[in-house]
Design a protein around this ligand. Structure first.
Ligand code: ATP
Length: 302
């Protein structure tokens, strides 16, 4: 299947910094893919290169099977996008801004505008001048513009930016609905792990301009499950003894042994007994569970 986004070796060098460094992405139809990273990680630069707004120093991007080149037209009629701090005509009302955007998209009839106003809960603000909107409602207007032409792919830079928790939840529900009911593929950037964990089907962690890890939603759930963390003087012997006893030891990035078996979590004493019997008593045995932030920091620091 043709990926909706295929980026190969994307790199952007500025005189003093490499903002994005040899980043490759392959995103398939139906995914909600989140690029997750700290401030300055390279998310916005990546999103802008995907959209042809920043010219890569090297590397290529294909969107919906078409190579992206700055200034070229295709495939933007099938793509909706939102970049940081969405631009609107401040003197025009929300409805007028959307009508202009609809005309630029070649859409006729007012129903496109009415539909997105309702969908983005902008009815109460339809007559307000865009320049007087709160950041959250300006972000809603930006999303409404992105959705006017019913795109099959949405590329969104920090869509939750400026929204309060209720607004963040609304956007999450909207993106889920678009994905599930209309088959829309979504690529977004965010620095909020807890939000991304609830929204994305796949997460790409970006750090220092590099894609350091990709995880699907299931992987993340596994990483966040409790584990029994075990150390022994002879880790290899301990690992063998635990395997023989029917546990599934995993060597972690910090060289501890992690056991995620329900039995190990429920009965750490049984694990200790196995290790003592095998002649490699544990020097450390503790049930641990990462919260999202700890997990994220471990990924970017490892
Ligand atoms: N036009 C530019 N000229 C010079 N350096 C830039 C430019 N745009 C971005 N950078 C630098 O590239 C790096 C990545 O920036 P980018 O905006 O892509 O990160 P980000 O992950 O989107 O961060 P944020 O969430 O703060 O926007 C940063 O060090 C930034 O200062």
């Amino acid at each position: 299947m043709t990926p909706v986004i295929h980026a190969r070796g994307l790199t952007k060098r500025y005189p003093n910094v490499t903002a994005v460094d040899d980043l490759s992405l392959r995103i398939t139809a139906g995914e909600i893919y989140a690029l997750l990273g700290l401030n300055g990680a390279g998310k916005t630069t990546t999103i802008r290169m995907l959209l042809g707004m920043v010219r890569p120093s090297s590397g290529t991007v294909e969107v919906l099977g078409t190579q992206v080149r700055p200034g070229a037209h295709a495939p933007w009629s099938r793509v909706g996008y939102l970049v940081e701090t969405p631009a609107a005509y401040p003197e025009l009302t929300v409805r007028e801004n959307l009508a202009v955007a609809a005309r630029l998209r070649g859409l006729t009839g007012g129903h496109h505008v009415d539909e997105v106003i309702e969908r983005l809960l902008l009815t109460a603000y339809a007559g307000r001048r865009a320049g007087t909107l709160s950041l959250g409602n300006a972000q809603r207007l930006g999303l409404a513009k992105a959705l006017l032409h019913k795109p099959e792919l949405l590329i969104l830079d920090e869509p939750a930016n400026g929204l309060d928790p209720a607004g963040v939840a609304e956007i999450r529900d909207l993106l889920h609905e678009l994905s599930r009911e209309h088959g829309v593929s979504v690529v977004l950037s965010s620095h909020i792990l807890s939000e991304v964990a609830r929204l994305a089907t796949r997460i790409g962690v970006i750090h220092g301009g590099q894609l350091v890890r990709e995880l699907d939603a299931g992987d993340l759930a596994t990483h966040l499950r409790p584990r029994l963390s075990v150390s022994a003087r002879d880790q290899a012997a301990a690992e063998r003894a635990l395997s023989r006893a029917g546990f599934s030891p995993i060597r972690t990035e910090t060289h501890d042994i992690a056991l995620r078996d329900d039995r190990a979590i429920a009965e750490p004493d049984a694990v200790a007994t196995v290790l003592v019997a095998a002649g490699c008593p544990p020097t450390r045995l503790v049930v641990e569970q990462d919260d999202l932030e700890t997990f994220f920091l471990r990924v970017v620091e490892s």
